[in-house]
Unconditional design. Structure first.
Length: 82
């Protein structure tokens, strides 16, 4: 389990995404996940990590979507491989 948390700057960007009516549904979902992890001990769940991973691989995803996805994915609990 990593100690990566949403930074103040990332939380500010996530807040702006949520308030922007032009933001995509996926960007808002990822921003909400990032904000839920700001100043808490929560980590990204498997569902959110899968969505974030898809966004990062999507060449059509916007820069803000990729930024939110990277933030969310960095906070995922990674299972150790044997």
């Amino acid at each position: 389990m990593g100690d990566k948390k949403t930074s103040k700057k990332e939380a500010s960007v996530a807040s702006q995404v949520l308030r922007d009516p032009a933001s995509s549904k996926i960007a808002k979902e990822l921003a909400g996940s990032a904000l839920a992890q700001f100043r808490t001990k929560k980590h990204t769940g498997e569902k959110e990590a899968a969505i974030a991973s898809q966004v990062l691989r999507d060449p059509a995803a916007s820069q803000i979507e990729k930024s939110m996805a990277g933030s969310v994915l960095a906070q995922a609990e990674h299972k150790k491989q044997k």
